[in-house]
Ligand binder design. Structure first.
Ligand code: TYC
Length: 127
């Protein structure tokens, strides 16, 4: 039974409002990794990074040298479909040029703080 004071219109009817919160989960991101090899020319790697990932020549050269030294490096973080397309583009350029340049995808496990479920709770628990 509604309380007397809830009848703000004085017509015997009580209005109730329902608020619905809709939160979208943060889209999962994927790392695009570039792998070193002993055969692909440095200039070719730089050209691919500029063409496929829209890097400047100096950023592309820096990343190419990092991968050359360390064996692998992260080119960028992308939603899955974008990451997949870029990896395919690199693969197709490498195949045309007959070089073994390898690019792969790996899920971004994020900052280690969780919250991949997008609820702002700081964990990935199912609510
Ligand atoms: N290591 C190659 C060379 O010395 C250059 C290279 C760099 C190849 C980065 C692949 O992802 C790569 N010619």
């Amino acid at each position: 039974m509604p309380h007397f004071e809830d009848d703000q219109q004085g017509d015997g009817k009580v209005l109730t409002k329902t608020k619905t919160k809709t939160r979208l989960a943060r889209p999962r991101l994927y790392k695009v990794l570039l792998h070193n090899d002993d055969f692909t020319p440095r200039e070719f790697v730089v050209m691919v990074l500029q063409h496929v990932f829209h890097m400047t020549e100096s950023d592309a050269s820096r990343l190419m040298l990092y991968v050359h030294k360390n064996g692998v490096g992260v080119v960028g973080l992308y939603p899955f479909s974008v990451a997949e397309t870029k990896v395919a583009e690199v693969g197709s350029l490498a195949q045309q040029a007959e070089v073994p340049l390898l690019c792969t995808i790996e899920p971004d496990e994020g900052d280690g703080k969780g919250d991949g479920d997008g609820d702002g709770s700081g964990n990935d628990d199912v609510n």
